[in-house]
Design a protein around this ligand. Structure first.
Ligand SMILES: [Zn+2]
Length: 75
């Protein structure tokens, strides 16, 4: 489990119940067409699965969860 890089690999997502690609926050904003704020809100609300890279402290979020959120009403 520790040998594979999360970059570009599919990771098991408890919420999707499937192996899904996890992407950076920056990538997520582009592909889900939402703001960074929305993504952090999803994370805080537990709506999307995520993990933090040990080396850089960057987040990786589940692309499957993101797509299932739909378009948020951004304030
Ligand atoms: Zn997911």
């Amino acid at each position: 489990m520790t040998s594979s890089s999360p970059l570009g690999d599919r990771v098991w997502c408890l919420l999707c119940n499937d192996h899904v690609r996890f992407v950076s926050i920056h990538h997520a904003t582009q592909f889900a067409d939402v703001s960074r704020r929305s993504i952090y809100r999803y994370i805080e609300a537990g709506k999307i699965q995520f993990f933090k890279l040990a080396r850089t402290g960057q987040y990786r979020v589940c692309s499957g969860c993101l797509l299932s959120q739909g378009k948020p009403a951004d304030d």
